[in-house]
Write a protein of this length. Structure first.
Ligand code: PEP
Ligand code: MG
Length: 322
């Protein structure tokens, strides 16, 4: 099997009838960059910037962040790297911000909510990202957006950072793409409105499942209820992809689901443009893509969307996968 994957490394993620998608990897720390470049992925679909902020008592300044993002931009060259702005809170703790303990951390002060409440910190990260964008192909992504106002506020702070850099004569990519995570049901239901104001979506099924089904992603007692194959989750995914295509933008998926080969044909058939998971599982996903057709995948997706229980979806897909 490994030999087959190795042989596929430089082949495109293309179906038998020529439908092309993009296979990217998720990255947690810049140290992984060289190995990921060598693994044959087309770029980074999700670089979680939290690594810079965790396990320390002070916040990284602009220079430190710039150096880290620049290193990644350089490592990937002309391959795209999607860097997500700070996504802490919920399950991700950050000692340096001394966040209050909350009753419901997953519904609380986290991610973009913190960035917008502390624009002076957000600015530092955005300036560092913009400066690094001069050294490669970076895209910026905002996490946990639920309200259009949040997206607009985040973009406006980004524009301020750009004007500052222009005034200072500092280089950055003027055409840097801006996207958002689709991980809150409200945003998915309003995908048409959001699609007019970003260049791409990335579906975060890890959180989307938890928020759609009201099932804590960390709670083992209810883990049997937590599944991205729930029909309601699949409908949201389908709606997001369709809304993005109507608006002429693309949609990726960077939750665990992207690396699950059982889900590959379904996601392909729903029209997903980019898959981003752990690099170790992406060869299996590529193999699935290269051995099916887009017509077949669309039939699978249409049928799955008629099913009304998670169990039926899982049974149907597992049966196909055998
Ligand atoms: C997600 O929610 O699916 C996601 C990719 O982000 P994280 O797992 O970092 O919350
Ligand atoms: Mg998330």
């Amino acid at each position: 099997e490994r030999v087959a994957y190795e042989a596929m490394k430089d082949l495109p993620a293309k179906t038998l009838d020529g439908h092309r998608v993009h296979l990217m990897a998720n990255m947690a720390v810049p140290e992984e960059a060289d190995a990921l470049v060598a693994s044959g992925v087309e770029g980074i679909g999700l670089f979680r910037s939290e690594f810079l902020f965790m396990d320390r008592s002070t916040l990284p300044d602009e220079e430190e962040q710039f150096q880290a993002y620049k290193r990644v931009a350089l490592a990937f060259g002309d391959k795209p790297v999607i860097i997500r702005t700070l996504d802490v809170g919920g399950d991700k703790h950050l000692p340096a911000l001394a966040l209050e303990k909350e009753e419901n951390p997953f519904l609380g002060f986290r991610a973009i909510r913190i960035s917008l409440a502390r624009p002076e910190l957000f600015q530092v990260q955005l300036r560092a990202l913009l400066r690094a964008s001069a050294f490669g192909r970076l895209l910026i992504m905002f996490p946990m957006i639920s309200h259009l106002e949040q997206l607009r506020a985040a973009k406006s702070i980004l524009e301020q950072a750009k004007s500052q850099l222009r005034e200072e004569g500092v280089a950055f990519d003027e055409n840097i793409a801006v996207g958002m995570m689709m991980e809150i049901p409200a945003a998915c239901l309003q995908a048409d409105a959001f699609a007019k104001e970003v260049q791409f979506f990335s579906i975060g099924t890890n959180d989307l499942v938890q928020y759609t089904l009201a099932v804590d992603r960390m709670n083992a007692n209810i883990a049997d209820l937590y599944s991205y194959y729930h029909p309601a989750v699949l409908r949201l995914i389908s709606q997001v992809i369709e809304a993005s295509h109507r608006a002429g933008i693309w949609t990726g998926l960077c939750g665990e689901m992207a690396g699950d080969p059982v889900a590959t044909e379904l996601l392909l058939g729903l029209g997903l443009d980019e898959f981003s998971g752990a690099a170790s599982v992406m060869p299996k996903v590529k193999q699935r893509i290269r051995t099916t057709t887009i017509e077949q995948a669309k039939r699978t997706a249409s049928h799955v969307l008629t099913l009304s229980t998670t169990e039926d979806v899982v049974a149907f897909l597992n049966n196909k996968a055998e």
